[in-house]
Design a binder for this molecule. Structure first.
Ligand SMILES: *Cc1c(COP(=O)(O)O)cnc(C)c1O
Length: 455
Protein backbone atom coordinates (compact mmCIF):
# COMPACT_ATOMS: atom_id res chain seq x y z
CA UNK A 1 0.00 0.00 0.00
CA UNK A 2 1.26 3.49 -0.82
CA UNK A 3 1.67 5.58 2.35
CA UNK A 4 -0.78 8.44 2.51
CA UNK A 5 -0.21 9.66 6.07
CA UNK A 6 3.24 10.51 7.41
CA UNK A 7 3.27 10.49 11.21
CA UNK A 8 5.74 11.30 13.98
CA UNK A 9 5.91 10.10 17.58
CA UNK A 10 5.17 12.30 20.57
CA UNK A 11 8.88 12.45 21.46
CA UNK A 12 9.54 14.01 18.05
CA UNK A 13 7.72 17.22 19.01
CA UNK A 14 10.48 19.87 18.55
CA UNK A 15 12.39 20.94 21.67
CA UNK A 16 13.16 24.45 20.41
CA UNK A 17 11.51 27.16 18.36
CA UNK A 18 13.54 28.49 15.42
CA UNK A 19 14.22 32.25 15.26
CA UNK A 20 14.85 33.17 11.61
CA UNK A 21 16.10 36.67 12.57
CA UNK A 22 19.45 35.08 13.49
CA UNK A 23 19.91 33.95 9.86
CA UNK A 24 18.46 36.96 7.98
CA UNK A 25 20.99 38.84 5.83
CA UNK A 26 19.15 42.12 6.53
CA UNK A 27 17.67 42.33 10.02
CA UNK A 28 14.19 43.87 10.38
CA UNK A 29 14.17 47.65 11.00
CA UNK A 30 13.23 48.70 14.55
CA UNK A 31 9.68 49.67 15.57
CA UNK A 32 9.31 53.42 16.14
CA UNK A 33 7.57 55.53 18.75
CA UNK A 34 4.86 57.32 16.70
CA UNK A 35 5.33 60.55 18.68
CA UNK A 36 9.12 60.93 18.58
CA UNK A 37 9.86 58.63 15.59
CA UNK A 38 12.71 57.19 17.71
CA UNK A 39 13.19 53.40 17.92
CA UNK A 40 11.30 52.00 20.89
CA UNK A 41 12.80 49.63 23.43
CA UNK A 42 11.20 46.48 24.79
CA UNK A 43 10.05 48.33 27.95
CA UNK A 44 7.44 50.18 25.88
CA UNK A 45 5.58 46.88 25.46
CA UNK A 46 5.64 45.95 29.18
CA UNK A 47 2.14 47.23 30.07
CA UNK A 48 0.60 44.91 27.48
CA UNK A 49 2.69 41.73 27.25
CA UNK A 50 4.43 39.33 29.66
CA UNK A 51 8.20 39.98 29.94
CA UNK A 52 9.24 36.59 28.54
CA UNK A 53 7.25 37.22 25.34
CA UNK A 54 8.78 40.69 25.01
CA UNK A 55 12.23 39.07 25.25
CA UNK A 56 11.29 36.61 22.53
CA UNK A 57 9.95 39.50 20.44
CA UNK A 58 13.39 41.12 20.25
CA UNK A 59 15.82 38.20 20.62
CA UNK A 60 18.54 37.43 18.07
CA UNK A 61 19.19 33.95 19.51
CA UNK A 62 18.71 31.34 16.82
CA UNK A 63 16.97 28.74 19.02
CA UNK A 64 14.58 29.27 21.92
CA UNK A 65 13.86 26.38 24.31
CA UNK A 66 10.27 25.17 24.49
CA UNK A 67 9.35 24.66 28.16
CA UNK A 68 8.66 21.01 29.06
CA UNK A 69 5.14 21.77 30.22
CA UNK A 70 4.34 23.45 26.89
CA UNK A 71 5.71 20.45 24.93
CA UNK A 72 3.68 18.13 27.12
CA UNK A 73 0.49 20.09 26.42
CA UNK A 74 1.35 20.36 22.70
CA UNK A 75 1.11 16.56 22.73
CA UNK A 76 -2.69 16.85 23.10
CA UNK A 77 -2.69 17.26 19.31
CA UNK A 78 0.94 17.33 18.15
CA UNK A 79 2.81 16.16 16.18
CA UNK A 80 0.23 16.94 13.51
CA UNK A 81 -0.08 14.61 10.52
CA UNK A 82 1.30 15.21 7.04
CA UNK A 83 -0.55 13.77 4.07
CA UNK A 84 0.39 12.99 0.51
CA UNK A 85 -2.51 14.44 -1.51
CA UNK A 86 -2.98 11.51 -3.92
CA UNK A 87 -6.61 12.49 -4.48
CA UNK A 88 -5.82 16.07 -5.45
CA UNK A 89 -2.90 14.98 -7.67
CA UNK A 90 -5.26 12.65 -9.53
CA UNK A 91 -7.99 15.29 -9.85
CA UNK A 92 -5.43 17.67 -11.39
CA UNK A 93 -3.78 14.96 -13.49
CA UNK A 94 -0.44 16.53 -12.57
CA UNK A 95 3.06 15.04 -12.44
CA UNK A 96 3.66 17.17 -9.31
CA UNK A 97 3.83 15.46 -5.93
CA UNK A 98 1.65 17.32 -3.43
CA UNK A 99 1.93 17.05 0.36
CA UNK A 100 0.13 18.96 3.09
CA UNK A 101 0.69 19.51 6.79
CA UNK A 102 -2.64 19.44 8.61
CA UNK A 103 -3.01 21.84 11.54
CA UNK A 104 -6.80 21.43 11.75
CA UNK A 105 -6.42 18.56 14.26
CA UNK A 106 -5.88 21.00 17.15
CA UNK A 107 -8.75 21.30 19.66
CA UNK A 108 -9.91 24.63 18.20
CA UNK A 109 -9.32 23.59 14.60
CA UNK A 110 -6.34 25.65 13.39
CA UNK A 111 -2.64 26.40 13.95
CA UNK A 112 -3.43 29.19 16.44
CA UNK A 113 -3.14 27.10 19.67
CA UNK A 114 0.57 26.63 18.79
CA UNK A 115 1.11 30.17 20.09
CA UNK A 116 -1.91 30.52 22.42
CA UNK A 117 -0.49 27.76 24.60
CA UNK A 118 2.97 29.27 25.27
CA UNK A 119 1.45 32.75 25.61
CA UNK A 120 -0.88 31.47 28.37
CA UNK A 121 2.00 29.51 29.94
CA UNK A 122 4.33 32.54 30.27
CA UNK A 123 1.45 34.69 31.52
CA UNK A 124 0.77 32.15 34.28
CA UNK A 125 4.48 32.09 35.17
CA UNK A 126 4.37 35.86 35.65
CA UNK A 127 1.26 35.83 37.82
CA UNK A 128 -1.15 37.21 35.22
CA UNK A 129 -4.80 36.63 36.17
CA UNK A 130 -6.58 37.65 33.00
CA UNK A 131 -5.87 37.92 29.27
CA UNK A 132 -7.89 40.05 26.87
CA UNK A 133 -7.94 39.77 23.11
CA UNK A 134 -9.99 40.44 20.00
CA UNK A 135 -11.26 37.96 17.49
CA UNK A 136 -12.64 38.42 14.01
CA UNK A 137 -13.51 35.07 12.47
CA UNK A 138 -13.29 33.40 15.90
CA UNK A 139 -10.23 31.18 15.38
CA UNK A 140 -7.90 33.18 17.60
CA UNK A 141 -10.46 33.70 20.36
CA UNK A 142 -11.16 29.95 20.46
CA UNK A 143 -7.46 29.08 20.59
CA UNK A 144 -6.79 31.51 23.42
CA UNK A 145 -9.89 30.37 25.35
CA UNK A 146 -8.65 26.77 25.10
CA UNK A 147 -5.14 27.71 26.29
CA UNK A 148 -6.21 30.02 29.14
CA UNK A 149 -8.48 27.29 30.46
CA UNK A 150 -5.51 24.89 30.70
CA UNK A 151 -3.68 27.39 32.92
CA UNK A 152 -6.68 28.63 34.88
CA UNK A 153 -6.40 32.19 33.54
CA UNK A 154 -9.48 34.33 32.88
CA UNK A 155 -10.00 35.01 29.17
CA UNK A 156 -12.01 37.94 27.83
CA UNK A 157 -12.64 38.07 24.10
CA UNK A 158 -13.91 41.08 22.16
CA UNK A 159 -15.58 39.53 19.14
CA UNK A 160 -16.41 41.72 16.14
CA UNK A 161 -20.20 42.20 16.25
CA UNK A 162 -20.71 40.92 12.71
CA UNK A 163 -19.16 37.52 13.42
CA UNK A 164 -20.62 37.43 16.96
CA UNK A 165 -24.01 37.41 15.23
CA UNK A 166 -23.02 35.21 12.27
CA UNK A 167 -20.90 32.58 14.04
CA UNK A 168 -22.77 31.71 17.26
CA UNK A 169 -21.05 28.33 17.56
CA UNK A 170 -17.57 29.86 17.70
CA UNK A 171 -18.84 31.88 20.66
CA UNK A 172 -20.28 28.80 22.40
CA UNK A 173 -16.97 27.01 21.83
CA UNK A 174 -15.15 29.81 23.70
CA UNK A 175 -17.81 29.74 26.46
CA UNK A 176 -17.31 25.98 26.83
CA UNK A 177 -13.66 26.60 27.67
CA UNK A 178 -14.78 29.24 30.17
CA UNK A 179 -14.06 32.44 28.25
CA UNK A 180 -16.21 35.55 28.46
CA UNK A 181 -17.17 36.75 24.96
CA UNK A 182 -18.43 40.28 24.35
CA UNK A 183 -19.73 41.63 21.06
CA UNK A 184 -17.51 44.52 19.97
CA UNK A 185 -18.15 47.41 20.27
CA UNK A 186 -19.29 46.72 23.83
CA UNK A 187 -20.46 48.75 26.81
CA UNK A 188 -17.53 47.43 28.85
CA UNK A 189 -14.98 49.98 27.56
CA UNK A 190 -14.79 53.73 26.97
CA UNK A 191 -13.89 53.15 23.31
CA UNK A 192 -16.85 50.82 22.87
CA UNK A 193 -19.33 53.15 24.58
CA UNK A 194 -18.18 56.08 22.44
CA UNK A 195 -18.65 54.16 19.21
CA UNK A 196 -22.03 52.76 20.29
CA UNK A 197 -23.20 56.28 21.14
CA UNK A 198 -22.38 57.34 17.58
CA UNK A 199 -23.94 54.28 15.97
CA UNK A 200 -25.79 51.72 18.12
CA UNK A 201 -26.21 49.38 15.14
CA UNK A 202 -22.57 49.23 14.03
CA UNK A 203 -21.28 45.77 13.02
CA UNK A 204 -17.86 46.61 14.48
CA UNK A 205 -14.35 46.00 13.13
CA UNK A 206 -11.16 44.26 14.15
CA UNK A 207 -9.57 47.67 14.78
CA UNK A 208 -12.28 48.60 17.30
CA UNK A 209 -12.08 45.20 19.01
CA UNK A 210 -8.27 45.56 19.37
CA UNK A 211 -8.73 49.01 20.92
CA UNK A 212 -11.22 47.60 23.47
CA UNK A 213 -9.00 44.65 24.44
CA UNK A 214 -5.94 46.94 24.81
CA UNK A 215 -7.91 49.43 26.92
CA UNK A 216 -8.89 46.74 29.42
CA UNK A 217 -5.39 45.20 29.58
CA UNK A 218 -3.62 48.55 30.01
CA UNK A 219 -5.90 49.48 32.93
CA UNK A 220 -4.74 46.77 35.36
CA UNK A 221 -1.47 45.22 36.51
CA UNK A 222 -2.54 41.58 36.43
CA UNK A 223 -4.24 41.74 33.02
CA UNK A 224 -2.33 41.39 29.74
CA UNK A 225 -3.24 41.42 26.08
CA UNK A 226 -2.49 38.68 23.53
CA UNK A 227 -2.12 38.72 19.75
CA UNK A 228 -2.60 35.72 17.48
CA UNK A 229 -0.55 36.82 14.47
CA UNK A 230 1.86 39.45 13.06
CA UNK A 231 4.30 39.76 16.01
CA UNK A 232 7.73 38.08 16.02
CA UNK A 233 7.08 35.87 19.06
CA UNK A 234 3.90 34.53 17.48
CA UNK A 235 5.81 33.52 14.34
CA UNK A 236 8.54 32.01 16.50
CA UNK A 237 6.06 29.70 18.27
CA UNK A 238 4.59 28.56 14.96
CA UNK A 239 7.94 27.22 13.71
CA UNK A 240 7.16 23.85 15.28
CA UNK A 241 5.01 23.26 12.17
CA UNK A 242 7.91 23.46 9.71
CA UNK A 243 10.34 21.61 11.96
CA UNK A 244 7.95 18.67 12.17
CA UNK A 245 7.33 18.95 8.43
CA UNK A 246 11.06 18.62 7.63
CA UNK A 247 11.22 15.37 9.63
CA UNK A 248 8.09 14.11 7.87
CA UNK A 249 9.42 14.95 4.39
CA UNK A 250 12.63 13.10 5.27
CA UNK A 251 10.54 10.14 6.39
CA UNK A 252 8.74 10.24 3.04
CA UNK A 253 12.15 10.28 1.31
CA UNK A 254 11.33 13.59 -0.34
CA UNK A 255 11.99 17.34 0.03
CA UNK A 256 9.77 20.16 -1.28
CA UNK A 257 10.79 22.37 -4.20
CA UNK A 258 7.95 24.73 -3.27
CA UNK A 259 6.40 25.52 0.13
CA UNK A 260 3.03 27.34 0.16
CA UNK A 261 0.82 28.81 2.90
CA UNK A 262 -2.06 31.27 3.14
CA UNK A 263 -1.23 34.70 4.53
CA UNK A 264 -3.14 36.93 6.97
CA UNK A 265 -0.56 38.47 9.30
CA UNK A 266 2.01 35.80 8.45
CA UNK A 267 2.06 33.36 11.36
CA UNK A 268 1.07 30.09 9.70
CA UNK A 269 3.18 30.98 6.65
CA UNK A 270 6.15 31.67 8.92
CA UNK A 271 5.47 28.51 10.88
CA UNK A 272 5.75 26.24 7.88
CA UNK A 273 8.21 28.21 5.72
CA UNK A 274 10.88 29.55 8.11
CA UNK A 275 12.39 26.14 9.00
CA UNK A 276 12.68 25.41 5.25
CA UNK A 277 14.25 28.84 4.66
CA UNK A 278 16.81 27.82 7.29
CA UNK A 279 17.83 25.02 4.94
CA UNK A 280 18.25 27.63 2.19
CA UNK A 281 20.44 29.77 4.47
CA UNK A 282 22.49 26.93 5.98
CA UNK A 283 22.74 24.36 3.21
CA UNK A 284 22.33 26.50 0.12
CA UNK A 285 19.09 24.78 -0.82
CA UNK A 286 16.75 26.63 -3.13
CA UNK A 287 13.30 25.93 -1.71
CA UNK A 288 10.77 28.50 -2.99
CA UNK A 289 8.37 29.76 -0.31
CA UNK A 290 5.13 31.38 -1.52
CA UNK A 291 2.59 33.31 0.59
CA UNK A 292 -1.02 33.35 -0.71
CA UNK A 293 -3.32 36.29 -0.03
CA UNK A 294 -6.76 37.48 -1.25
CA UNK A 295 -6.95 39.96 -4.15
CA UNK A 296 -9.33 41.95 -1.93
CA UNK A 297 -6.61 42.51 0.71
CA UNK A 298 -3.34 42.37 -1.28
CA UNK A 299 -0.71 43.95 0.97
CA UNK A 300 2.13 41.69 -0.17
CA UNK A 301 1.47 41.88 -3.90
CA UNK A 302 0.22 45.48 -4.18
CA UNK A 303 0.97 47.25 -0.88
CA UNK A 304 3.87 49.59 -0.03
CA UNK A 305 6.84 48.87 2.25
CA UNK A 306 6.87 51.60 4.89
CA UNK A 307 6.22 52.35 8.55
CA UNK A 308 2.59 51.96 9.60
CA UNK A 309 0.44 51.33 12.65
CA UNK A 310 -0.57 47.78 13.51
CA UNK A 311 -4.14 48.78 14.36
CA UNK A 312 -6.84 51.00 12.89
CA UNK A 313 -6.93 53.50 15.75
CA UNK A 314 -3.16 54.14 15.64
CA UNK A 315 -2.40 52.99 19.21
CA UNK A 316 0.52 50.62 18.44
CA UNK A 317 4.17 51.45 17.69
CA UNK A 318 5.01 52.09 14.02
CA UNK A 319 6.13 48.90 12.30
CA UNK A 320 8.17 48.58 9.07
CA UNK A 321 5.96 46.44 6.86
CA UNK A 322 4.11 45.87 3.62
CA UNK A 323 0.80 47.61 4.14
CA UNK A 324 -2.32 48.91 2.44
CA UNK A 325 -2.54 51.63 5.10
CA UNK A 326 -4.00 51.14 8.59
CA UNK A 327 -7.24 52.82 7.56
CA UNK A 328 -7.78 50.31 4.78
CA UNK A 329 -11.20 48.66 5.10
CA UNK A 330 -11.29 45.33 3.27
CA UNK A 331 -14.46 44.03 1.65
CA UNK A 332 -16.38 41.63 3.93
CA UNK A 333 -14.95 38.47 2.35
CA UNK A 334 -15.36 35.13 4.08
CA UNK A 335 -11.69 34.47 4.73
CA UNK A 336 -11.93 36.65 7.84
CA UNK A 337 -8.45 35.68 9.00
CA UNK A 338 -6.86 37.23 5.90
CA UNK A 339 -8.40 40.72 6.13
CA UNK A 340 -5.56 42.39 8.02
CA UNK A 341 -4.13 45.56 6.39
CA UNK A 342 -0.44 44.78 7.02
CA UNK A 343 2.11 41.98 7.05
CA UNK A 344 4.39 40.97 9.92
CA UNK A 345 7.78 42.74 10.10
CA UNK A 346 9.99 39.69 9.49
CA UNK A 347 7.98 38.42 6.55
CA UNK A 348 7.94 41.93 5.06
CA UNK A 349 11.75 42.17 5.20
CA UNK A 350 12.10 38.70 3.63
CA UNK A 351 9.80 39.71 0.77
CA UNK A 352 11.66 42.99 0.30
CA UNK A 353 14.90 40.96 0.00
CA UNK A 354 13.32 38.57 -2.53
CA UNK A 355 13.81 35.60 -0.22
CA UNK A 356 10.12 34.68 -0.43
CA UNK A 357 7.35 35.18 -3.01
CA UNK A 358 3.69 36.18 -2.87
CA UNK A 359 0.56 35.49 -4.96
CA UNK A 360 -3.00 36.78 -4.78
CA UNK A 361 -6.19 34.88 -5.64
CA UNK A 362 -9.75 36.13 -5.98
CA UNK A 363 -12.63 34.98 -3.83
CA UNK A 364 -14.29 32.81 -6.46
CA UNK A 365 -11.07 31.01 -7.43
CA UNK A 366 -10.31 30.09 -3.81
CA UNK A 367 -13.75 28.56 -3.17
CA UNK A 368 -13.42 26.50 -6.37
CA UNK A 369 -10.07 25.32 -5.04
CA UNK A 370 -11.53 24.59 -1.59
CA UNK A 371 -14.40 22.50 -2.95
CA UNK A 372 -12.08 20.57 -5.29
CA UNK A 373 -9.85 19.83 -2.29
CA UNK A 374 -12.80 18.73 -0.10
CA UNK A 375 -14.00 16.39 -2.83
CA UNK A 376 -10.61 14.90 -3.64
CA UNK A 377 -9.06 14.74 -0.13
CA UNK A 378 -12.09 14.71 2.19
CA UNK A 379 -11.16 17.52 4.58
CA UNK A 380 -13.16 20.74 4.20
CA UNK A 381 -10.58 23.53 4.39
CA UNK A 382 -10.97 26.79 6.32
CA UNK A 383 -11.72 29.65 3.88
CA UNK A 384 -8.28 31.10 4.72
CA UNK A 385 -6.54 27.86 3.79
CA UNK A 386 -8.22 27.75 0.35
CA UNK A 387 -5.94 30.63 -0.75
CA UNK A 388 -2.91 28.39 -0.34
CA UNK A 389 -4.70 25.58 -2.15
CA UNK A 390 -5.36 27.93 -5.10
CA UNK A 391 -1.61 28.58 -5.35
CA UNK A 392 -0.89 24.84 -5.12
CA UNK A 393 -3.30 24.15 -7.97
CA UNK A 394 -1.72 26.88 -10.13
CA UNK A 395 1.78 25.46 -9.53
CA UNK A 396 0.62 21.86 -10.14
CA UNK A 397 -0.98 22.92 -13.44
CA UNK A 398 2.25 24.62 -14.46
CA UNK A 399 4.09 21.34 -13.79
CA UNK A 400 1.66 19.57 -16.10
CA UNK A 401 2.06 22.14 -18.90
CA UNK A 402 5.84 22.04 -18.63
CA UNK A 403 5.95 18.26 -18.17
CA UNK A 404 8.09 18.47 -15.02
CA UNK A 405 7.50 16.88 -11.64
CA UNK A 406 8.01 19.13 -8.64
CA UNK A 407 7.35 18.42 -4.98
CA UNK A 408 4.91 20.88 -3.41
CA UNK A 409 4.17 21.16 0.31
CA UNK A 410 1.41 23.38 1.71
CA UNK A 411 -0.10 24.28 5.06
CA UNK A 412 -3.68 23.17 5.57
CA UNK A 413 -3.80 25.49 8.57
CA UNK A 414 -7.39 24.80 9.62
CA UNK A 415 -10.60 22.98 8.84
CA UNK A 416 -13.72 24.81 7.73
CA UNK A 417 -16.30 22.97 9.82
CA UNK A 418 -17.49 26.21 11.45
CA UNK A 419 -17.50 28.05 8.13
CA UNK A 420 -20.50 26.46 6.45
CA UNK A 421 -22.08 29.89 5.96
CA UNK A 422 -19.20 30.72 3.64
CA UNK A 423 -19.64 27.52 1.64
CA UNK A 424 -23.41 28.06 1.59
CA UNK A 425 -22.88 31.50 0.06
CA UNK A 426 -20.53 30.02 -2.52
CA UNK A 427 -23.03 27.32 -3.56
CA UNK A 428 -25.80 29.94 -3.72
CA UNK A 429 -23.71 31.93 -6.22
CA UNK A 430 -23.22 34.81 -3.80
CA UNK A 431 -19.42 34.76 -3.90
CA UNK A 432 -18.14 37.09 -6.57
CA UNK A 433 -14.78 37.96 -8.04
CA UNK A 434 -13.37 40.94 -6.21
CA UNK A 435 -10.31 42.88 -7.21
CA UNK A 436 -9.33 46.29 -5.88
CA UNK A 437 -8.80 49.08 -8.35
CA UNK A 438 -5.47 50.92 -8.36
CA UNK A 439 -7.39 54.07 -7.30
CA UNK A 440 -8.77 52.35 -4.19
CA UNK A 441 -5.33 51.16 -3.14
CA UNK A 442 -3.67 54.51 -3.81
CA UNK A 443 -6.43 56.33 -1.90
CA UNK A 444 -5.86 54.21 1.20
CA UNK A 445 -2.07 54.54 1.02
CA UNK A 446 -2.36 58.32 0.45
CA UNK A 447 -3.91 58.63 3.94
CA UNK A 448 -0.59 57.51 5.48
CA UNK A 449 1.49 60.24 7.08
CA UNK A 450 3.97 57.76 8.60
CA UNK A 451 7.69 57.65 7.65
CA UNK A 452 8.67 56.24 4.26
CA UNK A 453 11.57 53.81 4.01
CA UNK A 454 14.17 54.62 1.34
CA UNK A 455 15.10 51.91 -1.20
C1 LIG B 1 -5.93 33.28 11.66
C2 LIG B 1 -5.88 32.35 10.54
C3 LIG B 1 -5.12 32.63 9.38
C4 LIG B 1 -4.38 33.92 9.15
O1 LIG B 1 -3.41 34.24 10.08
P1 LIG B 1 -1.85 34.02 9.84
O2 LIG B 1 -1.23 34.68 11.01
O3 LIG B 1 -1.47 34.66 8.55
O4 LIG B 1 -1.62 32.57 9.83
C5 LIG B 1 -5.10 31.68 8.37
N1 LIG B 1 -5.77 30.53 8.49
C6 LIG B 1 -6.51 30.21 9.57
C7 LIG B 1 -7.22 28.91 9.61
C8 LIG B 1 -6.58 31.11 10.64
O5 LIG B 1 -7.30 30.80 11.72
Amino acid sequence: MKTRKILLNENEIPEKWYNIVADMPNKPLPPLNPGTLEPIGPEALAPLFPMELIKQEVTNEKWVDIPDEVRHLYSIWRPTPMFRAYGLEKALDTPAKIYYKYEGVSPSGSHKPNTALPQAYYSKQEGIKKITTETGAGQWGSALAFACNLFDIECEVYMVRLSYDHKPYRKIMMNTWGAKVLPSPSNATAVGRKILAQDPNTTGSLGIAISEAIEVAAASEDTKYALGSVLNHVKLHQTIIGQEAIKQMEKAGDMPDIVIAPFGGGSNFAGLAFPFLRLNFEEGKNIRCIASEPTSCPKLTRGVFRYDFGDTAGMTPLLPMYTLGHQFIPAPIHAGGLRYHGAGVIVSQLLRDNLIEARAHDNLEVFEAGVLFAKSEGIIPAPEATHGIATVIAEAKKCKEEGVSKTILFNLCGHGNFDMKAYEDYFAGNIVKHELSEEEIQASIALLDTPEIPE
